[in-house]
Ligand binder design. Structure first.
Ligand SMILES: C[S@@+](CC[C@H](N)C(=O)[O-])C[C@H]1O[C@@H](n2cnc3c(N)ncnc32)[C@H](O)[C@@H]1O
Length: 218
């Protein structure tokens, strides 16, 4: 499995993964499946599927996170993409939010197990998070994977993102269509799109799309 993870990363153009990082990512994947027998964290049941569709897919975002940032993952579920990214980018600060307590308990377990100091975790509804009430005021990057339509993500992110911050929507093949249907009102607040990256997962060839949108300076 370690070889598969490294090979997949190479095929996706992700910077080479250290042995220690691969071990941590693998442990996360195994724990995700172990807890999945009791609580619903993922529909994927096999380790190779978790590695490709959750871990490697999360790591593709590292290519868009080049400078030290405060990063919010909205609706992170079992910690995806926040946990693989926090492991891969120890100098970036992550804040992971989901409204389901059992999923947050799993993330807390992983944080303890892997000693993840750059990850904060909160059980809350996104709409009830107010940047003024957070320790961090205005995120540089807001991520969301499999949470909602891009229009809804832009609405959720607006009160939480700082000036010139970016929203990255992690999408499947529907991404291009969603981009075309972004409502006019969001062009007042965001540069749409900042970038779009379309890629294929390395083993199944499934299509993924990263839509990146920058908030305009106030
Ligand atoms: C389909 S799952 C995706 C989880 C994870 N991002 C992934 O890619 O595996 C969507 C997650 O968003 C959470 N969620 C949905 N609406 C939310 C909201 N308004 N506030 C916080 N979390 C929310 C759900 O509890 C669920 O865990």
């Amino acid at each position: 499995m370690k070889k598969q993870m490294k090979q997949g990363a190479e095929l996706l153009g992700i910077d080479s993964l250290s042995e220690e990082l691969v071990e941590c990512l693998l442990l996360f994947a195994e724990e995700l499946l172990r807890w999945n027998a009791r609580i619903n964290l993922t529909s994927i049941r096999e380790l190779d599927g978790v590695i490709e569709k959750h871990i490697l897919d999360s790591l593709v975002v590292t290519g868009l996170l080049d400078k030290p940032s405060r990063i919010l993952d909205m609706g992170s579920g079992g910690g995806i993409p926040a946990i693989p990214l926090a492991l891969a980018l120890p100098n970036q600060s992550f804040f992971s939010v989901d409204s389901v307590g059992k999923k947050i308990n799993f993330q807390q377990h992983i944080k303890r197990l892997l000693g993840l100091k750059n990850l904060q975790i909160r059980c809350a509804r996104i709409e009830e998070l107010d940047s003024a009430g957070l320790e961090w005021n205005g995120f540089d990057v807001v991520l969301a994977r499999a949470l909602a339509h891009t229009n809804d993500l832009l609405k959720m992110a607006l009160p939480l993102i700082g000036p010139a911050g970016i929203v990255i929507a992690m999408k499947g093949p529907e991404g291009e269509g969603e981009l075309a249907s972004i409502e006019d009102r969001w062009h007042r607040f965001y540069e749409i799109p900042e970038t779009v990256v379309t890629y294929q997962l390395p083993f199944t060839g499934a299509t993924r799309c990263l839509i990146s949108v920058r908030r305009k300076d106030d």
